[in-house]
Write a new protein. Sequence first.
Length: 212
Amino acid sequence: MRLLLTSGGLTNQSLVDALGQMVGLPLREIKIAFIPTASNLDMAGKAYALQQKLAINGLGVSEVKTVDIEKMPREKWQPILEEAHVIYVNGGNTTHLMQCVASSGLQETLPRLLESRVYVGVSAGSYICTPDTGLNSDNVPEVLPGLNYVNFAIQAHYKSTRFKLAETLDLVKARTKGCPYPIYVLDDQSAVKVVDGAIEVIGKGEWLLLDK
């Protein structure tokens, strides 16, 4: 399984280069299925999803097709994912995204798809790959099981002024207290690259590992 778990998306050239290497094709040949579902709950989220999609298009890839698993039936979205080289799961509300991944049928078919495709997660899209959704910022009491593709947690948006919960190390330590997994704390220029279980932190930003 090949995963590129980012905080802010493909925000610098080293992350873009890593994606090309993981796919094994030039960018101009890469087809991306873009899943914006986590951002469906408000207009600000939808604007963020559009910004992300435009940024991906700007990389010069072959095509980017939007796949909203909340609004599209499985018979519509599955063929698009089958044709893609990359399944790009955007950020937003982690709880909503995980619920839609489960109810849409994507959760059951994703392991097979990822035998030959690369998964890119952005924030919530990265969180759902972990054991559970406990580090979400959705202001909900429930913690849902994640996809459990990795045995660590992620804290995205480290030192971001737009994400006050992770703006300082003390705040991160406070909100992750009690987390039973190692935590990769990533700023928006960093990502965790996972290839067949081998873990590497890449990017041009600041990150740290909190190992409980």
